[in-house]
Ligand binder design. Structure first.
Ligand code: KG4
Ligand code: ZN
Length: 370
């Protein structure tokens, strides 16, 4: 079964061909991030205009890369939501037109659910939990190629932080989500406060790595700074909800006190320390709540997906927490290029969950939920 996936829910324009929901045959992603860097965040109108220009070339490239003939495609799959309405419309209307012209079935896909399906794709299998366990105990865990049900999935992206219990394909229960800012949004907004640029997650990760360089330069001032304590919102509450806006406010307060905030950010040894504290606070909350859900529902696998799952510190913490606290549970964190938005996950999710519908009935839905 060969499915062409199309994804345009945010600032990426992506097309991919996936075989049997698991094998990536081709995967093309174009991003308009360079335009958004200038403005420090996504301007929906700019993203949609870029997508109008590049959707057809990206689809062409995805098909050319695998030297496929259109006749070989079995179906099209397209993200219908949630996302930015202008961006969604470009992908949805293009996919509908192609389905009509090529006379192919078309499958509407929920972008949030699709993030989990990056874990079913090639080269996204995460065996590191196994190797950490082996290193510490000398024993080898049962290797697993694909996530086993029941599983708990965490989506941590720019617009969403959601915990989901999946009992099977198409059978899932929403456990909780953010009450205000998403985890990625918190990275983006706090990075902006510190003048670190957009997107914030990779910028904060980089600034944190620089922390060790500062120390190597024998900057005594940096070494003497006490570790900056930031709140870990809702970490002790027994529910599966999140809240990150208080953390952002706490960072803003410190930045103002220390005169680190934009528009006049000054290079300061405190910035890497603060970046590191932000990363620690966000990742602590994500790991703690996900593990609590995994324990409660006695799951066999945990999937961590969405752009924030590309964060190395988050991965380290999940690997170590799962190998010590839930050694029989398998951890799946897709490779970074499959954590961020892509169309391979859309094609995979379509195969396992959704059915074709007449193209006339497909509509973009910016507020679609799980
Ligand atoms: O899943 P995604 O590509 O798009 C959405 O569906 O939102 O996620 C984008 C988010 C951004 O907030 C970005 O700052 C964050 O993922 N992100 C990261 C990293 N890479 C991307 N956050 C932390 N560490 C990273 N390495
Ligand atoms: Zn996404």
């Amino acid at each position: 079964m060969l499915i062409l996936g199309i994804e345009t829910s945010c600032d990426e324009t992506a097309a991919a061909v996936v075989e049997d929901g698991q094998k990536i045959v081709s995967n093309v992603v174009a991003s308009s991030v360079k335009f958004h860097k200038k403005s420090g965040g996504i301007i929906p109108e700019v993203a949609a205009r870029e997508q109008v220009k590049c959707t057809i070339p990206v689809i062409d490239e995805a098909i050319e890369n695998c030297k496929l003939k259109i006749e070989n495609l079995d179906a099209l799959a397209v993200t219908i939501g949630p996302g930015l309405i202008g961006s969604l419309l470009v992908g949805v209307e293009t996919a509908k037109a192609l389905a009509l012209v090529w006379q192919k079935p078309i499958i509407p896909v929920n972008h949030l659910l699709a993030h989990f399906y990056a874990a079913w794709l090639d080269n996204s299998r995460e065996r590191a939990a196994n190797s950490v366990w082996k290193k510490t105990t000398g024993k080898k865990l049962r290797a697993t190629r694909y996530p086993d049900f029941p599983l708990v999935g965490l989506i941590a992206s720019g617009g969403h932080t959601e915990l989901v219990l999946m009992k099977n394909h198409g059978n899932y229960q929403w456990l909780g989500g953010t009450r205000d800012d998403a985890a990625g949004e918190c990275f983006d907004k706090t990075a902006r406060i510190l003048g670190l640029g957009y997107p914030g997650g990779p910028a904060i990760e980089k600034a944190t790595a620089e922390k060790s360089n500062i120390k190597n330069l024998a900057c005594r001032q940096a070494r003497q700074k006490p570790k900056i304590e930031l709140p870990r919102p809702m970490i002790n509450q027994r529910n599966f909800d999140f809240s990150f806006s208080g953390l952002k406010t706490a960072v803003l307060k410190i930045a103002k006190e220390k005169n680190l905030h934009t528009p006049n950010p000054i290079p300061h040894t405190l910035v890497p320390d603060l970046a590191s504290s932000i990363q620690e606070a966000i990742t602590d909350v994500l790991v703690e709540k996900t593990l609590r859900a995994a324990q409660k529902f006695k799951v066999k696998s945990v999937i961590v997906a969405g752009g924030v799952a590309a964060n190395k510190r988050l991965k380290e913490k999940f690997q170590s927490a799962i190998s010590y606290q839930l050694p029989a549970t398998h951890l799946f964190i897709p490779s970074p290029r499959l954590c961020t938005d892509n169309a391979a996950m859309i094609a995979a999710c379509a195969l396992f969950n959704f059915h074709p519908v007449p193209w006339q009935k497909i509509q973009a839905n910016p507020t679609l939920s799980l």
